[in-house]
Write a new protein. Structure first.
Length: 263
């Protein structure tokens, strides 16, 4: 049983190792700490801040300054908002590529449990997303050190690290519903369309004050991107997000096992 799971997992790792898409996701996600660094440079230089009126106004509105606390906050908020898009792309590729490449039937014909094949994909998805989160954090720390940002306090750092880690987990949990749409839509388009739609709804619903009940708004709110709306999060918010994740997982398993695989 464990050997079959290991074989399925090994096959998934080989697929991403020989694909350039993994480096595309790391480069795309790395734009967050890089843009955060540019933001800090502008805030550190009054002349640049005066010339960048829109960014300066936004910084003032968000009570930001050129220090570690603000910079780490940017990294966390980028995870809660941008992570939904990047992680959604990762899930779309992992679960949709079998249909786009025409290998779905070959995969189903293997003498390995279909559930184990999907579990291997979910494990790879989780590991991939965690690697992206760690990479961005390390890049952010390097940029912060190079910019010599002031105000580094160990207590604040570990508290922000806790929020960053929790935001990462909440964002990863949104993957299973996207996996279902990848199988249901038999490719990339349906899950990517679903990700785009949820991102739009996440912003609109969060702005109305009901984001704490919409799963795709919750990571962003938790990260602090929604400002005072974070206080609206409660135990039901996390219950709804976990329920959506589990529903997506079991729907993916059931579809893969019992649906008519015509392609």
């Amino acid at each position: 049983m464990l050997y079959e799971q290991w074989l399925a997992l090994k096959a998934e790792f080989k697929k991403i190792r020989h694909s350039s898409i993994i480096w595309v996701t790391f480069i795309a996600f790395a734009l967050a700490p890089l843009m955060g660094g540019v933001f800090m440079i502008i805030l550190k230089n009054p002349d640049l801040a005066a010339q960048s009126g829109a960014l300066n106004a936004k910084a003032q509105l968000m009570s930001m300054s050129a220090d570690w606390n603000s910079f780490l906050g940017i990294l966390t908020q980028a995870m809660g908002v941008g992570g939904v898009l990047i992680f959604g792309f990762v899930a779309s590729w992992i679960f949709g590529r079998e249909y786009s490449d025409g290998t779905a039937k070959d995969l189903l014909a293997l003498p390995i449990s279909r559930t184990k094949i999907l579990n291997a994909k979910f494990i790879v998805y989780t590991g991939w997303c965690l690697a992206l989160a760690i990479s961005n954090l390390l890049i952010g720390l390097l940029i912060g050190a190079l910019l010599q940002l002031p105000g580094f306090e160990q207590t604040i750092f570990f508290e922000t690290l806790r929020v960053y880690a929790a935001t990462t987990v909440l964002t990863i949990l949104l993957g299973p519903p996207i996996a279902f749409f990848a199988l249901w839509g038999r490719g990339y388009l349906a899950p990517l369309g679903f990700v785009a739609l949820t991102l739009v709804f996440a912003q609109v619903i969060a702005a109305t004050g009901f984001g704490n009940y919409f799963p795709w708004s919750i990571p962003g709110l938790y990260s602090g991107a929604g400002g005072e709306y974070r206080d609206l999060l409660n135990v039901w918010s996390y219950f709804i997000l976990i329920a959506a994740s589990l529903a997506g997982y079991f729907a993916t398993i059931l579809w893969w096992k019992y649906a008519d695989q015509a392609k």
